[in-house]
Design a binder for this molecule. Structure first.
Ligand SMILES: *Cc1c(COP(=O)(O)O)cnc(C)c1O
Length: 418
């Protein structure tokens, strides 16, 4: 293997620094030319194992053939019409599919946009229009995107919010039940400790709503069922169920941000399914288009219908080529094998990371590892977490056994050097 980054990557990086704004970060300074399945090929001809999937997007694998075919067929027919000018069928078909596949046995409707942040923005507009209220509650460690409302809901100051204020008003933040960093609880078993953490977070949540904001002022509560950017922390089921009861009791719209967890990432189509969680609105984006930009807000029909005609929309939202790709993604999941592959991948990782937890003192929990760089050895892997010390594994679900083994080997070697 050639040195990474190779000469072509290095010279492109010089051009990048000259012509592109400093802001956008790179996990690795390597320019990619093509990708297939779970392998990236860079401009110098190096192959890299992909444990990032373009930030949890290409769950179905890079350049998956049925998605490529759907995209090229659709591109030959209609690349853009704008749903706001003259509608087209595959927008409707994708909405129908999302309404059917998302949690909740009630009449649902869907609105399509382009990015995760845009889904977040629209969900808040819809919840405010429906309730006639203003306050929005979000959580510690949350990541909801980079546009103004989404950034205001995002927890982490640096780099996401630094220098960008003032932020949107009427946003309140409650503690997320992060048991690992919960206070010392000598003598308690892990499940008792979790229960105590949930109890305290719920008490603080209720105190915030009832004493500081007023329940009748709250339009929406937005939560990631598993924190993504915030460090892959699953919300305990008991916490979500307490939120569900509270929101139902007070007429608050409960929104699940499944932008990172959705479309098979957790072994079911949506993480909410495993957590027995039925939100009023659910947001999807990353994995939805198999690599094409598209996002959706899906939820209770009466809530979704609150904005007046023309109140929500956009030039590009629900682009026909992206819709075709998303329908192909759903078809892949419906053939069944992908989700069971995701579950066995999860099992392999659980066992392997469990071993690492025993072996490497630097590991505090098997969902979190110390910061490191692996790309020189041919692996692309991303970090996460409020403290930047969580290693997140987001490989395409179709990764082959040998590729997975190779990637984990590189990671293990890296851990050994810490
Ligand atoms: C990535 C992400 C977003 C923002 O999506 P963009 O497409 O980058 O705007 C929002 N919420 C969660 C949970 C995400 O992981």
């Amino acid at each position: 293997m050639n040195p990474i980054p190779g000469p072509k990557s290095q010279s492109l990086m010089e051009a990048r620094l000259k012509h592109v704004a400093r802001g956008p970060f790179h996990t690795a300074p390597i320019f990619i030319r093509k990708a297939h399945g779970a392998v990236l090929e860079d401009v110098d001809g190096n192959e890299l194992i992909d444990f990032a999937a373009g930030i949890g997007v290409t769950n179905i694998g890079h350049s998956e053939s049925s998605v490529v075919q759907a995209i090229s067929e659709q591109a030959g027919l209609l690349i853009h019409g704008s749903f706001n000018v003259t509608p087209y069928e595959n927008y409707i078909r994708l909405a129908e599919k999302l309404n059917l596949k998302t949690p909740g046995n009630f009449h649902k409707k869907t609105f399509l946009a382009n990015s995760g942040a845009e889904a977040v923005e629209n969900a808040i507009k819809i919840a405010r229009a429906y309730t006639g209220r203003q306050a929005v509650i979000c959580f510690d460690h949350a990541f909801h995107g980079r546009t103004y409302m989404a950034m205001s809901l995002t927890a982490k100051a640096k780099p996401y919010k630094q220098g960008f204020g003032p932020f949107c008003s009427e946003i309140y933040r409650a503690p997320f039940p992060y048991t690992y960093r919960f206070k010392e609880t000598p003598g308690l078993k892990p499940l008792e400790r979790e229960a105590l953490c949930v109890e305290e977070c719920i008490a603080q949540f209720k105190n915030l709503v009832l004493t500081q904001i007023g329940a009748t002022q709250v339009a929406a509560v937005m939560i990631e069922p598993v924190l993504g950017e915030g460090g892959f922390i699953p919300a305990p089921q008991s916490f979500l169920s307490a939120l569900r009861s509270f929101c139902s009791e007070h007429g608050i719209v409960l929104i699940a941000d499944e932008i990172q967890t959705g479309l098979g990432r957790t072994g079911t189509l949506f993480a909410s399914e495993q957590l027995d969680f039925v939100p009023d609105l659910i947001l999807t984006a990353k994995g939805l288009g198999g690599g094409m930009p598209i996002s959706a807000v899906t939820g209770k029909a009466e809530i979704m219908d609150a904005p007046i005609e023309g109140g929500i929309g956009g030039t590009f939202g629900g682009n026909p080529v992206s819709c075709a790709a998303a329908l192909a993604v759903f078809e892949l999941f419906e053939s069944g094998e992908l989700l069971s592959r995701a579950r066995s991948l999860g099992e392999v990782l659980r066992i392997r990371l469990g071993d690492w937890f025993q072996k490497f003192p630097v590991i505090g929990e098997t969902r979190g590892l110390g910061p490191m760089h692996c790309y020189e050895n041919g692996l692309i892997v991303m970090n996460a977490g409020t403290y930047g010390n969580v290693l997140r594994l987001l490989m395409p679900l179709v990764i082959e056994k040998g590729q997975l083994e190779k990637g984990l080997g590189i990671l293990e070697k890296g851990l050994g050097t810490l």
